[in-house]
Ligand binder design. Structure first.
Ligand code: ATP
Ligand code: MG
Length: 465
């Protein structure tokens, strides 16, 4: 076992996890910290949540921890997992186990609890995820995960083909970890990824969706698409259906999205770029199918819709007024409440990324693309300016509300009031009226007077008739 100075410092282990570990060991069982926390701590990042693997059967774990005053939840007892909660922090505790054969490429037919931590490590997916650590006993690393971590390699534990056929989700997990850490995939593992990629289609859409979300969060989806086309195409039918050019455009668009947003693009913008070729409706459908949140689906679809409007307008005339930018933010706000600014910025970023992708593929002349990109830059600057000024994006943001009109102008509550407010808002958005209380009240008064005159005229006409 590795106890060298460069190993994980015992102080790194959070106190709440130490409490659970000690409770189990004081009761005579063996317990280790395992998986993501160990991997990330070795990488110098101990922020990951803590998982424990233990020789105690889950019923024993539950009894011991409860006896030590620790809250316990039965979160996956079929697989030997209970979750302890200490100081609000969840710690998953799982009994050492191996997995039986997989006949459906999804779930092990059986789970067998074992006494040996090494057997438990052997069932884990990649060497970097198959290390256990204990503050006194040090690192347990039978598959040389630490070496792979140092070399930046994703390597399956055991025979990669067999491991991917057991659980095809591991295929996508390999790409997710490679993308997240910027690691390479070890050649035998890579070979198996390609050979087994189509098995991914057997995996529930929801589970695939979670892994794709992880790849998107890495900001390196473009790399994933280009380096692992078999895997990524098998991950989603929207990608599988693309011809080579559309696929390459998608990858270029994702790279450009990261470039334009400094590597911190929102998840909805990333989803929009990933499924851009499927259009707003296709994207919404895909995200729904993968059980990605309804808000993200709505936002991604709106980004594509508004982005397409920007591109269409730019195609006719590569210029855009501040008024149009304001209109864009208001439309975005209407599509997704409270997200108008963020969403319109994303739509502009998407439009820019799409143009950069087309330029990279030689589908639009560089000069023309640059001209359009400049205009898109000015849209983004305008929208930031609009946000800075606190310009109203909804009727409710106007400097006067319904009660002001009722008090000052004696407009009764009802549809007339809503009509006046809507007209005031349209005038502000059109730049014909300032969002200032006095100006708005004056305009409302004027509207009221004209309406009254109009009504009088109508009455007179009625009399004549
Ligand atoms: P993340 O930071 O993404 O949560 P993680 O390593 O904690 O990384 P989890 O999905 O939370 O990943 O799983 C915890 C551990 O369980 C992994 O480190 C790995 O050892 C094991 N594991 C998870 N999923 C699988 C799988 N499909 N096949 C084999 N082992 C798995
Ligand atoms: Mg985890």
């Amino acid at each position: 076992m590795d106890q060298s100075a460069s190993a994980i410092a015992p102080e790194l282990l959070p106190e709440y996890a130490e409490r659970v570990l000690s409770a189990l060991e004081d009761a005579g069982y063996e317990a280790w910290i395992v998986g993501g926390w160990v991997r990330d701590a070795l990488r110098g990042d101990a922020a990951h949540d803590v998982d424990i693997t233990t020789s105690a059967h889950w019923q024993e774990t539950e009894r011991i921890l409860r006896g030590s005053g620790i809250e316990v939840h039965e979160t996956g007892t079929k697989h030997g997992t209970v979750t302890a909660v200490v100081c609000g922090q969840p710690i998953e505790c799982t009994t050492y186990r191996t997995e039986g054969t997989y006949t459906d490429m999804r779930h092990p037919d059986s789970v067998t609890f074992v006494d040996n931590v090494r057997e438990d490590l052997a069932r884990r997916d990649f060497t970097i995820n198959a290390m256990a650590w204990h503050p006194e006993r040090g690192l347990l690393d039978p598959f040389r995960g630490r070496e792979d971590l140092a070399h930046g390699l994703i390597r399956a534990v055991g025979d990669p083909k067999r491991r991917f056929s057991e659980d095809a989700l591991r295929i996508l997990r390999a790409v997710r970890f490679a993308a997240r850490f910027g690691f390479a995939i070890e050649p035998q593992t890579q070979k198996a990824l390609v050979a087994c990629a189509s098995e991914l289609k057997e995996i529930a859409q929801e589970r695939r969706g979670q892994e794709i979300a992880g790849i998107l969060a890495s900001g390196r989806t473009s790399w994933a698409l280009m380096a692992e086309p078999e895997v990524m195409r098998a991950a989603a039918p929207e990608l599988e259906q693309l011809d080579e050019v559309s696929y390459a455009r998608t990858a270029a668009c994702l790279a450009a999205v990261e470039e334009l947003s400094g590597g911190v693009a929102s998840s909805s913008l990333r989803w929009a770029a990933l499924f851009s070729e499927a259009g707003p409706k296709g994207t919404k459908r895909a995200l729904k199918r993968m059980a990605i949140g309804i808000d993200t689906a709505q936002e991604a679809a709106s980004i594509l819709k508004l982005g397409a409007q920007i591109l269409e307008s730019m195609d006719k005339e590569p210029c855009w007024t501040r008024q149009e930018s304001y209109g864009l933010a208001v439309t975005a706000e209407r599509a997704c409440a409270h997200e108008g600014i963020a969403l319109s910025l994303c739509a502009a970023a998407y439009a820019g990324a799409h143009l950069l992708a087309e330029a990279a593929l030689g589908e639009v002349a560089r000069g023309r693309a640059e001209q359009m990109l400049q205009a898109i830059d000015s849209i983004r600057a305008d929208i930031r300016g609009i946000a800075g000024e606190g310009a109203p994006l909804r009727v409710q943001d106007l400097a006067v509300g319904g009660s002001d009109l009722m008090d000052e102008l004696s407009v009764p509550a009802g549809p007339e009031l809503g009509k006046i407010l809507n007209t005031l808002f349209s005038l502000v958005v059109a730049g014909a009226l300032a969002n200032k209380r006095e100006a708005l009240l004056a305009a409302a008064r004027h509207m009221q007077q004209s309406a009254a005159m109009h009504d009088e005229g109508r009455d007179e006409n009625n009399l004549i008739i």
